[in-house]
Design a protein around this ligand. Structure first.
Ligand SMILES: Nc1ncnc2c1ncn2[C@@H]1O[C@H](COP(=O)(O)OP(=O)(O)O)[C@@H](O)[C@H]1O
Ligand SMILES: [Mg+2]
Length: 160
């Protein structure tokens, strides 16, 4: 499924409708270049998970992992600065991923094994992959690929 957002506000709204549908244990993988809108979408997802509007969400650049209290615990991970598989393994992400929160990972490209791009590191199987492409200054293309054993409702988008 592909959706176009025409503004940062639409992206926030898109994240919000997605966040409202998430359940414990969900993993969201975000792919896309710098400035694509991964963090903006994450903010929306957090609001959809009922995180306080005043909470400040930004990429966990130095800590790598931020935790926010929503209706479920939210773990926001940014792998931008990670440059080896060894480093990824050393983060102990399994404990977070296979727990009762929602995990959102920016720069999920780094989780693809170079030898076998079909396979994700850390034994990630069930997940929603979102690819974000920059179309113009204000437009972004979102491509959703759900990998779940059972069909899941995707957000009722207001976007065209
Ligand atoms: N339709 C849009 N959706 C999201 N961001 C947009 C859009 N149009 C312009 N932008 C701008 O793109 C940037 C996205 O930044 P950010 O979410 O931090 O990206 P990333 O985390 O992918 O690096 C912001 O400066 C935002 O204002
Ligand atoms: Mg970011």
């Amino acid at each position: 499924m592909i959706k176009i957002s025409h503004s940062p506000e639409e992206t926030l709204q898109l994240g919000k409708s997605l966040g409202s549908l998430l359940v414990a244990g969900d993993i969201i993988l975000l792919f896309g270049d710098l400035g694509a809108g991964k963090t903006s979408l994450t903010q929306g997802i957090c609001y959809g998970l009922e995180l306080d509007k005043d909470s400040y969400i930004r990429s966990p650049t130095f800590t790598l992992i931020n935790e926010y209290p929503g209706r479920l615990p939210i773990y926001h991970i940014d792998l931008y600065r990670v440059d080896s598989q060894k480093e990824i393994y050393s983060l102990g992400l399994e404990e977070i991923l296979f727990n009762q929160g929602v995990t959102i990972i920016e720069w999920a490209e780094k989780l693809r094994s170079p030898k076998n791009p079909e396979t994700l590191m850390l034994n990630i199987q069930d997940r929603l992959e979102i690819n974000i492409k920059i179309i113009s200054d204000s437009e972004r293309e979102f491509t959703f690929n759900a990998f779940f054993p059972e069909p899941r409702p995707l957000p009722v988008f207001t976007l065209l």
